[in-house]
Design a protein around this ligand. Structure first.
Ligand code: SF4
Ligand code: SF4
Length: 174
């Protein structure tokens, strides 16, 4: 019994197509044309010399790094209800709840961390929070580190960030 052999077609009809070098040449020509055009007229290029030059057009709707807010009396606004973690499509919010130590009838997070390497910055956690306790209004768009752990924001870090667009540190809730 003969074997069922499938012959796949070779793309490119003529010798020039099959040589590939003309296509590579055409691609390089376009690349170098733009390269030298931009070198000769760098003012016309709409790019920033980052990081020396920072963007100045971040608006209040921009979803930057998260922060946890405080109430008016400076206590943590989060009541560890897990709504944000439940809404998170990336499963990158980790909360451990405990009893409050500030005489309020609610819980508070013993630990609260966000793995920003998993986060897709969708903002669902902010939408889901019933207490205005988590926001993404820090205006911080860049986070650097040397290890994976550097990108996991813990509770203290999240509480230390300020809002960049007014209402620096407080939530709407008392
Ligand atoms: S922004 Fe989206 S992915 Fe990131 S922590 Fe919030 S819900 Fe999860
Ligand atoms: S940040 Fe908001 S949604 Fe998340 S646990 Fe705290 S109170 Fe609940």
């Amino acid at each position: 019994m003969g074997k069922n052999i499938i012959t796949t077609p070779r793309y490119g009809k003529n010798f020039k197509d099959r040589l590939y070098l003309p296509a590579i040449y055409e691609g390089c020509k376009v690349t170098f044309k733009h390269f030298f055009t931009n070198i000769n007229n760098s003012n016309a290029v709409d790019t920033l010399e980052y990081p020396e030059e920072q963007p100045s057009d971040i608006t209040s709707r921009y979803r930057g790094l998260h922060r946890l807010t405080h109430r008016a009396d400076d206590t943590i606004a989060c009541v560890a209800c897990f709504m944000c973690a439940t809404a998170c499509p990336s499963d990158c919010i980790f909360i451990e709840a405990t009893e409050r130590d500030d005489n309020k009838d609610e819980k508070m997070p013993k630990s609260f961390s966000i793995d920003t390497l998993e986060c897709i910055f969708c903002g669902y956690c902010v939408e889901a929070c019933p207490c205005d306790a988590i926001r993404m209004d820090t205006g911080i768009f860049s986070l650097t580190g040397n290890s994976r752990e550097d990108f996991v924001l813990n509770k203290d870090q999240l509480l230390s960030y300020k809002g960049a667009f007014g209402e620096e540190n407080s939530c709407a809730r008392s």
